[in-house]
Design a protein around this ligand. Sequence first.
Ligand SMILES: Cc1cc2nc3c(=O)[nH]c(=O)nc-3n(C[C@H](O)[C@H](O)[C@H](O)COP(=O)(O)OP(=O)(O)OC[C@H]3O[C@@H](n4cnc5c(N)ncnc54)[C@H](O)[C@@H]3O)c2cc1C
Ligand SMILES: Cc1cc2nc3c(=O)[nH]c(=O)nc-3n(C[C@H](O)[C@H](O)[C@H](O)COP(=O)(O)O)c2cc1C
Ligand code: SF4
Length: 644
Amino acid sequence: MAFDALFQPVSIGTLTLPNRIIMSSMSTRMAKTGGGMTDRLIEHYCRRARGGASLITVELADVHPLMPHLRQTLWLHNDAAVEAMRPLTDAIHENGARASIQIGVFFRPVMAGLCQYTASLKSPEAQPHAQELTAVELDRLGDVIAMGCLRAKRAGYDAVELHGVHGSIMEEFLSPFWNRRTDGYGGTREKRMRFPLEVLEKTRRLTGDDFPIIFRICGSEFHPEGTTVEDAVAFARAAEERGLNALSLSGGIGHIDHLAISASYEKRGMLLPASRAVKENCRIPVIVANALTPQMACDAVAGGDADIIALGRPLLADPDWPRKMKEGRMEEIRPCIRCNQGCMGGLRDASLPHIFCLTNPQMGRLMQDTPPAAEHPLNIVVVGGGPAGCEFAHTAAVRGHHVTLLEKENRLGGQFRTASVPPGKADFRALSDYFEVVLPRAGVDVRLNTEAGLQMLRNMQADVVVVATGSDPVLPSVPGMELPHVCLAVDVLKGRVVPEGTVAVLGGGATGLETAHLLAEQGHAVTVVDMLQEFGRDIVAHVGVREKLLHLLEEAGVKFMPRRRVKSVTASGVELDERPLFGGGNVELLPADSVVVAMGQRPAVALFRELEASGIRCLAVGDCARPGNALAAIHAAYDLALSL
Ligand SMILES: Cc1cc2nc3c(=O)[nH]c(=O)nc-3n(C[C@H](O)[C@H](O)[C@H](O)COP(=O)(O)OP(=O)(O)OC[C@H]3O[C@@H](n4cnc5c(N)ncnc54)[C@H](O)[C@@H]3O)c2cc1C
Ligand SMILES: Cc1cc2nc3c(=O)[nH]c(=O)nc-3n(C[C@H](O)[C@H](O)[C@H](O)COP(=O)(O)O)c2cc1C
Ligand code: SF4
């Protein structure tokens, strides 16, 4: 078998796991507001258990009513919470996996407004109203965390994971960046380790010698003042002496750099050197996470970088990741593209019910593993092989419909393939590649290089035509748009046009900024112009994507001109009207050799209208129904495929 290394048994203390793939802890916001179990949350974890992960690490549970880290979170506050937890542990076991839960305390808020205490007020990132924990409070806090672990054991968990990363209070103590104390809990590495080690000792005492305890710490905070690999090694040795059973490594510094849940702009596998170093210096198993492709995961275990792989987002995107690897079907794994849109976006955005996944619309739904078979299989023609057309075709075919997909280009993916061209977005290509593999295997008749028209569709006599023709770029009606040095951003990304000299990019949304990024990397002097103050407002914020891109653009020397309206394009540049809201201010000329337009999309509905007018049953989905993004397109396509 190609991926044998992942499917060897491994022991964490008294717990023996049949394979080396575990699910890492991920808050879902699927618990009840104010704490409590839901069917959705149970199903979420059971689905991942059925997919073959040997150990499911349930998301961080709060252990004290005054220390919530999220509004929708699990509780292990008291004995009643233990009973409420039982259905989850039982269900994970019944579905074939062992269960662990993450325990710890977060005073740095995931959602604003909950912060109360800190390791050190001298930290540059200390919350303004926080109080520094006293030695007495630390002793009590350690008891509270250890008691939470004991309740986890009573609730049927096979192990606990102590949370010492991502801005939790134990990371604050471990880190020289956060911990600027000069008492017995700070100042030297040994003193910084003291509180987390005390928590470990208390937990061991309460839970007994046989109960597996995992500790999650940073392999490195990747910050000049943060923890290093040497800190991780020192902690591993000290913790091992105190009875720790496995060390799990994450990385990055709290909520500052977003490296812990790295977006597509970051290098993959950044924690592997740290896990190798820790592994070489201790006997307990080392668990590693963060942006591992299936091949990297296998190589990491086979090559001795780690003993166990913790998968986070890849199991949101495809709960069957372990099973497919075992069966040698790696190319059928629905990829996580590190967009952080649905998962981290859902965690941060309180207006959304819970986390989602861009590539996996089934995630978070209460339904069977495969969509229900269609009662009356139909002959369906899908026009357009972008994310919407592909997702629709796949789900409809899995349900038993006879599906033909027509795509005018020579590859599947639509605009989403173009979206993978700018620097830092190569991961996005994996979704289009995945569709190219699974559509034919699901029985979809994929016809590339085939532009659908009314007559062709009439001849095909489908029961229903699903129009997923996407959207077209808008060319604004200002003078000069017809000039030869004006082009569309998508044409630049597709390599159809090569701008020359200095470039003005009109439009500061995702497409404009990402095209500017590509051009700046190619050596052009680039200025991005927008009507609004804020650039990249259609890009997910505070999850290492929008801010990262803006930072990279600044680094690459891209200039920004907000609050400007394009008056006209001339042979020598772009005439801009400043502050149009106030009746037009100064008109200024932005000199440019080339002008690249990225001023929005409009639905490509011409074919849909023709079909409607001719009486052919048709349905529109994706950008063609409503220009948005791939997440919206894929989820709408999935809903539509379930409805037929
Ligand atoms: C540079 C860029 C970056 C982006 N970044 C992101 C991002 O980070 N996150 C995100 O969520 N979204 C992003 N998007 C938006 C996302 O790509 C689109 O919202 C999504 O692709 C829409 O999917 P769709 O299937 O509805 O349409 P499209 O992707 O436009 O696909 C339509 C398909 O229909 C085909 N077609 C059209 N007419 C016919 C016909 N008559 N016959 C046969 N085939 C036809 C087209 O060739 C195309 O393949 C980005 C877009 C761009 C351009
Ligand atoms: C939505 C979401 C919530 C997360 N919540 C936690 C958490 O509560 N505790 C934790 O240690 N890690 C958390 N993580 C980090 C993951 O456990 C994992 O380390 C990270 O996503 C990198 O691994 P991956 O590339 O396999 O996803 C979360 C990640 C995501 C995407
Ligand atoms: S939303 Fe994006 S980053 Fe999150 S799991 Fe899905 S594909 Fe991965």
